[in-house]
Ligand binder design. Sequence first.
Ligand SMILES: [Zn+2]
Length: 169
Amino acid sequence: MSMVDPKDCLFCKIVAGEIPAKKVYEDANSLAFLDINPRNPGHTLVIPKKHYETLFDMPENEAGDLFKVVKKMADVCKSGVKADGISIGQSNGRAAGQIVQHLHFHVIPRFATEGPVGLEGVLPVKKMDEPSMNKIVESLQKGTSAKPKEPAKPVKAAKEGEEEIDFKF
Ligand SMILES: [Zn+2]
């Protein structure tokens, strides 16, 4: 259920041509255009033309088309601005930091000169023990139709900058 009327949606207005944008790619279902506040030259947004507020609202069978364009733009942006790498970012909901309430992927060219800081750098590592990890994987597997054949193997926790966190179920 969308909380934003598509009539008032910035990205829907870009799709409709009511607001100008630096369009890079367009097909029947998807549009890619430059972010007006680029984190780096070539920072591109990829959106579905239909108004879905988040990934949760998009039917699964439409997600493949959108991600194909994300992949295409990763290639195009990497060669277009001679980037050394590409970060893909996508946030759903206010808690995740989503600002524009129309599903979008960020395709962000990255350069060796800026240092290898990944999007993971935004959140600190949370230290979790094995039983907690197993509880979480079991909980997540309940939501998938195809289960992995192997049981989850022990996973090593990260060391630096970790912080304790207690997930409750
Ligand atoms: Zn919209």
